[in-house]
Ligand binder design. Structure first.
Ligand code: 6PG
Length: 222
């Protein structure tokens, strides 16, 4: 909220999928939060998408739309990754063009971040967005969005993902990690292992929101 208020101009927020952000999205559907958002000037993007139809329950932007966006956001301010293209790579190219026209340039300028806020999650293998460990997408630097033909974890559907340069081009990145099944991977992330989640960070602030169940033993009580 502070980040939105701090930018009196057009605001760009990049959402994430998976289960972790659901609670936050439910909160954004409540009157208390809805009334604080200047919906006309906030634009909503998504960091990665499962290559399934928009109405499929697995579709990340579909989940965000059903949970809060469709209640309040003007349709023109919702920017889903298309999944009606021939393949994920073509979807990536289309979304890249959409991001570049929104940004007004096809090169990212360090002094002018693409997003105000990027939300992220962490998968059990240390992936974030659909940047899986040891998959080529994690090392792509010249593209903003790419197709990922195969996923490393469930759901095993092809993905489309923003690359690190695009995700990292933000004023604030917020990781949400919850549940005891995340404790093992969080231990590895906090140990500084070379995992995709450790390579994603904002040009400004990077914040980790971790619930108690996910917190490794040696960090409890700190
Ligand atoms: C996706 C997500 C993915 C997610 C992590 C964590 O499409 O699955 O965008 O990157 O953030 O996998 O998922 P959970 O929140 O479900 O654990």
């Amino acid at each position: 909220m502070a980040r939105i208020a701090g930018n009196g101009d057009r605001v760009a927020i990049c959402l994430t999928g998976g289960s972790s952000p659901k609670q936050l999205y439910q909160l954004l559907a409540t009157e208390a939060y809805r009334s604080q958002i200047p919906w006309q000037r906030v634009h909503w993007f998504i960091g990665d998408e499962r290559f399934v139809p928009a109405g499929d329950p697995l579709n990340n932007m579909g989940m965000a739309r059903r949970t809060f966006l469709d209640l309040s956001a003007p349709a023109a301010n919702i920017h889903p990754i298309p999944t009606d293209t021939a393949d994920p790579e073509q979807a990536g190219r289309r979304y890249e063009s959409e991001l570049q026209s929104f940004y007004g340039a096809d090169q990212l300028d360090y002094a002018r971040p693409l997003f105000d806020v990027v939300l992220m999650g962490v998968g059990p293998d240390g992936h974030t967005a659909s940047l899986f460990p040891d998959y080529p997408a994690i090392d792509v630097t010249e593209r903003w969005v790419v197709g990922v033909p195969q996923a490393h974890v469930e759901p095993f559907v092809p993905r489309v993902t923003l690359t690190l340069p695009a995700l990292n081009s933000c004023r604030e990145m917020l990781f949400e990690v919850s549940g005891a099944d995340k404790r093992a991977i969080l231990t590895r992330v906090l140990a500084g292992e070379n995992l995709p989640a450790n390579r994603a960070h904002s040009m400004g602030e990077t914040i980790w929101l971790v619930d108690k169940a996910a917190l490794p033993e040696n960090f409890r009580g700190q």
